[in-house]
Design a protein around this ligand. Sequence first.
Ligand code: GTP
Ligand code: MG
Length: 420
Amino acid sequence: MSSEILIPRSWDPTQPLWVPETRLSLRQSIASFAPRACAVPKVNVLLVGGPGAGKSSLVNSIYSALEGEMVRLAARGTGAGTITTRFTKYDFEDLAPAVAIWDSAGWTEDTYKHGALNYVLGGHLPDGFELDQRHIDDRSPGFRPSPVAGDYMHVVFIAVPYEELSNESYLARARSGVPRPSRAGRRAHLLPAQARDCRDHARARGLTPLVLLTKVDQGSEEVAADLKTLFLSDEIREAVLSVADDLGVPAQDVIPIKSYSHETTPTCVIDILVLRALSTALSVANDYLRSPDFKRRVQSAPPAPPQSAVPPPPPTSAGASDDDIMAALSSFVTEKLNVVGGDFEVTDLDADEIRGWCHGNETSMCQEDLGLDPAQAKRFLRKARSLFHIPQPRGAAARDRFYTPQSDFITPPPSDAGAA
Ligand SMILES: Nc1nc2c(ncn2[C@@H]2O[C@H](COP(=O)(O)OP(=O)(O)OP(=O)(O)O)[C@@H](O)[C@H]2O)c(=O)[nH]1
Ligand SMILES: [Mg+2]
């Protein structure tokens, strides 16, 4: 009996269904993800690539897709130079408690030399490390001489912008292995030689390098007009196969994405694309955590210092004082939300007042008193709840769960008012 094909045949058999349920299930699986090694509390996902490849935009897009509204955490550029210079860790609080994404400075011919990539992959460089420098070594400020398993990178994304592939000389260079000469005033993109370098360093540590084919809307008019045609497009298929061929990786390890760039509201398709990419990364990371390479590396790590020399563990938030928590919230507002000043600073307020906001889900108080926008207010309360160990109020949880921007809809739960 022959089966009838009811949907257009895709070149990728794992093409998702573009429906809100797919996004919901991706959000849920990312939120409940657990690393398969107890020595690793959070999986570290590394983003590398050339300036303007779309790394920071992906961080913002993943956050937006998890949050359900547009969030801009990482500064984005125009592609005309390196915008990100510091190695920056992004946490997603309870939206993805076991995930950290590390955004890096765009590669140029002058950076990531002298084993710097090994330091990045090996967890020697802390959050905030200045990457835009020619020489990085064990005397660099902040260098971590003995990283532990939780500091290592557990999965690597190499970002390659699709716009680059339309330049035929890119493919020619990739095949010959000749890096593009630098030209003053012209932006440098991910060089094939550097991508190979990263692939080789990753493989030497037992990691599987994944390639992000970014900005798929640039280069295919059909896809730009309707992103849902991505996995039906011959142009994208060709690009995926070319990149896989150039870098010597399996085609299924090349993931085409489109991040939020000019959009002002979330869309289901972009949410699904970026969450699908993260979900693939988490599953590859878990494979790594079970691999002999990882286990060997953990076993051969230098032994922990003798008991007497072990410093007391840092206080956990469970045992933290109100003052500690208020200080942590204050730096969260300035460093993570990049907000300085509403009517009050966090430290002007009382811990019990913030506890009250948490219990009542008082986002409007956060907006008025601390000068936060609605998305920042939600993040602030989420952070405060996790530090004060206050569960999310039921109403707020239900609203978040069924929050549906724009035209994407899921039937909301019946409200008490409606039942009465
Ligand atoms: N059309 C389109 N533009 C994108 C996409 N992703 C990113 N961009 C744009 O590309 C430009 C550079 O993006 P960034 O995210 O700053 O790139 P980056 O890799 O972080 O760059 P550096 O920090 O300089 O290394 C920005 O103008 C983004 O809006 C995409 O999927 N489609
Ligand atoms: Mg950046």
